[in-house]
Design a protein around this ligand. Sequence first.
Ligand code: SF4
Length: 296
Amino acid sequence: MIFNIQRFSTHDGPGIRTVIFYKGCPLHCDWCSNPESQAFGYSLMYDRQLCKSFGDCLKQESNYLSAGENRILVDWVSVTKPEKFKNICAARALTVSGEEKSIGEIIEEIEKDRSFFEQGDGGVTFSGGEPLSQGPELDVLLLELNKLKIGVAIETSLYVPWENIERCLGRNINFLVDLKHTDSDKFKIFTGGNADLVLSNIKKLAASNENMTIRVPVIPEFNHTFQEMKKIIDFTVALKTVREIHFLPFHNFGSAKYEMLGMDYKYSGIRNLVADELDEYVVYAESVGLIAKIGG
Ligand code: SF4
């Protein structure tokens, strides 16, 4: 299931890219800028700015919706089938994130941008959510794109069983791998996952000689100190086959979506980082022989 297709992206791999965003992620990072990507199924979203008048939706779904002051109140815990809300609101204040698309339909979307890919090293990037948590459809899609000679990048946390990664090897994929932290405790608290699995998968992928770039989301209170970043950079250098590291400054552009999904945003009120604040990480990474940059 996908939740977005973004065209003409220049931040998700080389050249001009079409980014396919998959729904479903095994992690729940506190700073996640795509919270609608976390659930593996459909997600209900409510945008109170678009909510003009209410009545119809309340009549149809009174078990889950009630009238508040100038807004609808959603009983988020009780909503088990968000897809039921798909066409309930003409003003699109209530919408459903998530769309089932066949492989043929996704290829058709990608093919529309082929002429842009050919202007450089562009292609398609699978993002999310966690693309490597998708089922066998992703394998078929990768095979088809190989046949069509369209370059593929995958943005991934590698927080998946090794088998999910192994079946993508040898397909000329550009792996853009999030390395969030090397400390298990911090990783667990801020993402809900196990850092050891990620570190082990990164080592195995590096040993497979696949094309991999390490990308580090730089997040206040999580990993934004020189000591923590040094450990991440040293881990990357020790992989030997990885040459490039990108530092991605924290931003809170996804904050409104948390309210629309009825979720808590733990990074509410924390300011965006600017590139200058990451300079010392770049300087250190370059001093140990990596190509380093700020941004995707
Ligand atoms: S790994 Fe990415 S998509 Fe998944 S929760 Fe973390 S930031 Fe969000």
